[in-house]
Ligand binder design. Structure first.
Ligand code: 1CP
Length: 347
């Protein structure tokens, strides 16, 4: 069993249409008491991300507990602005706080020179996880997409209306594209280093892709992802690449059509019917359970999971959520979900 290829790689390769691998976005985190125990002694959240030993431990915790098919490296999308020299802090109960970038001159604080060195603990953690994990599980490396990372850099943290970044992008696109180009280079480098360290798959999180009108979606989501995928593919022609352009709606097709994209991870607002007709003929699909069903559990979760499995399992499909695991999710519900998916794939 432990010598076989990870089933998620066979599914991403289109070789296996019967298996349904499962992993969950934010599968490591606060809903696990063993994560909280490490978090308590880790110092700041970024200290945890930059400690290869602790990052490895929390990466492996959900695999040990639930036997997921893949381990996503414990890190964050905001290590990129941190490595570029922008001030980034995570405040308990608030979230990320960054020194906001609002104009051309503020971009002067960004510097690519120390990027790989600054992020070397992430690469060390990936190598260590790969060594410890059995061969039947995949290691997923990741990054935020330029647009989503830029929202935090410009807004200075999470945002309600994203008016600062939108205003900059709409009124001075040439200026704003300087920031996006810096991020394209930094993210490409970060993903390449993660693959060199041992990541078997990479995922790009564009969590705020759905905010943009169509013209902006093309310019600030499709184009940067296209460049990053091409950059990664030029060195690693066979690495599976998953894109998560959350809330993209019918524009998921534009992401699926990017050359070199292996899979598209979808949120929970899109129907299985639409996905099987419009996306599964182009790419592998991953998703699309509303995390609140996992939080609620019981009969509601069961019937929704069954509906998704029946709707999407006719083509290569990876079970996942439409967004991350919510912190108050009961672990018993996660076990039940894994059991359901595993029984379904055996039947
Ligand atoms: O311990 C804690 O309370 C910190 C909470 C936490 C965790 C567990 C944050 C802060 N980040 C993470 C880990 C994380 N972040 C992972 C680990 C791997 C795994 O999935 O298990 C991943 C993949 C991310 C990615 C991430 N960070 C995204 C993209 C996915 C998504 O959720 O949309 C985003 C937007 C972030 C930013 C971020 N990190 C943390 C917070 C509170 C936020 C802001 C979220 C927001 O604006 O709503």
């Amino acid at each position: 069993m432990t010598t076989s290829n990870p089933i998620i790689l066979d599914v991403l390769d289109g070789k296996d249409v019967k298996s349904i691998p499962i992993w969950l976005m934010r599968q490591a985190g606060r809903y696990l008491e063993e994560y909280q125990a490490v978090r308590k002694i880790s110092g700041s959240f970024l200290d945890l991300c930059y400690s290869p030993k602790m990052a490895k431990r929390v990466t492996l915790q959900p695999i040990e507990r639930f036997n997921f098919d893949a381990a996503i490296i414990f890190s964050d999308i905001l290590v990129i602005p941190d490595a570029l020299g922008q001030s980034v802090q995570f405040q308990e109960g608030i979230g990320p706080i960054l020194e906001p970038l609002r104009d051309l001159s503020s971009l002067n604080c960004l510097n690519m020179d120390n990027l790989t060195n600054h992020l070397s603990p992430v690469y060390e953690a990936i190598s260590d996880v790969r060594l410890e994990l059995t061969r039947d599980k995949a290691v997923i490396g990741f990054s935020g997409a330029p647009w989503t990372v830029a929202t935090y850099m410009v807004e200075g943290g999470s945002s309600k209306d994203f008016s600062n970044i939108k205003q900059w992008a709409y009124s001075s696109p040439e200026e704003f594209s300087i920031l996006i180009e810096i991020l394209i280079s930094a993210i490409t480098m970060h993903l390449l280093s993660q693959i060199k360290a041992g990541a078997d798959v990479i995922q790009i999180f564009d969590s705020w892709a759905g905010l943009l009108p169509d013209s902006g979606f093309k310019k600030w989501c499709v184009y940067p992802i296209k460049k990053i995928v091409a950059g990664v593919r030029s060195e690693f022609p066979d690495i599976p690449i998953i894109i998560f352009p959350r809330l993209a709606g019918h524009r998921y097709i534009a992401i699926a059509d990017i050359e070199g994209v292996t899979a598209v991870s979808v949120d929970h607002t899109i129907s299985t019917d639409w996905l099987s007709k419009n996306l599964q003929n182009k790419v592998v699909v991953q998703g699309n359970l509303d995390p609140v069903f996992l939080l609620s559990g019981g009969a509601a979760m069961k019937s929704e999971v069954k509906r998704i499995l029946e709707g999407l399992s006719g083509h290569p499909f990876i079970f996942n959520l439409g967004h991350g695991v919510l912190p108050s999710t009961p672990t018993d519900n996660v076990s039940e979900l894994c059991e359901m998916v595993s029984v379904y794939r055996r039947s």
